[in-house]
Design a protein around this ligand. Sequence first.
Ligand SMILES: CC(C)(COP(=O)(O)OP(=O)(O)OC[C@H]1O[C@@H](n2cnc3c(N)ncnc32)[C@H](O)[C@@H]1OP(=O)(O)O)[C@@H](O)C(=O)NCCC(=O)NCCS
Length: 178
Amino acid sequence: MENDNIRIGECEEGDISEIIAIEGDSFPSPWSENIFRGEMKNPIARILVCRDQRLAGKTVAGYVVYWQVADEMQLHNIAVRKDQRKKRVASLLLREAIRASQLEGARSVTLEVRRSNLPAQNLYEKFGFLVKGVRPGYYSDMGEDALIFWADLDRIGPEREHAREPAKNRQARNDDHD
Ligand SMILES: CC(C)(COP(=O)(O)OP(=O)(O)OC[C@H]1O[C@@H](n2cnc3c(N)ncnc32)[C@H](O)[C@@H]1OP(=O)(O)O)[C@@H](O)C(=O)NCCC(=O)NCCS
């Protein structure tokens, strides 16, 4: 996946229209253009974009949005263009976002994910995230629960072996947390 055609960089004005298209294709309640523009101005927000020069006419393969809140990285959005999924674009983005956030002092990372979103849960689990709780009915569009994923950045690493944790996590995904 990592080669001369692929670059991770900061979001620029010219990326917005492609990001909005990917966003609309990826979520039941996509962020609006105004939300993305607000995040571009938000001093604690960071938006990284994966650009692939081989994508004819377009270049954005995926993006990640996180907030740098003191020593915590809060992951708010990650999505990959439909025809570029399962090629490790999200893994690359997440790895780079974690690295950049650590350089700014992050020691842990947290995010929320829909209970039904197994591809995303598998991705986070691969990076060593653990399920720490549930926000019942958090997503108002469908009343779906959010699972709270969390990781200690001092001990996780992308693509590391987390042999025992997936089993524990699967249990936690299905358990009811108060
Ligand atoms: C979730 C998402 C970002 C993954 O992007 P991706 O570039 O396809 O992910 P990667 O290729 O880096 O995959 C890494 C791991 O994620 C998991 N994964 C990714 N897609 C999966 C799928 N369709 N089914 C099951 N697991 C999947 C796998 O564990 C995979 O590792 P493997 O390839 O060794 O099996 C992408 O499917 C997407 O954009 N979905 C819509 C938006 C979304 O749900 N964002 C997350 C919000 S919390």
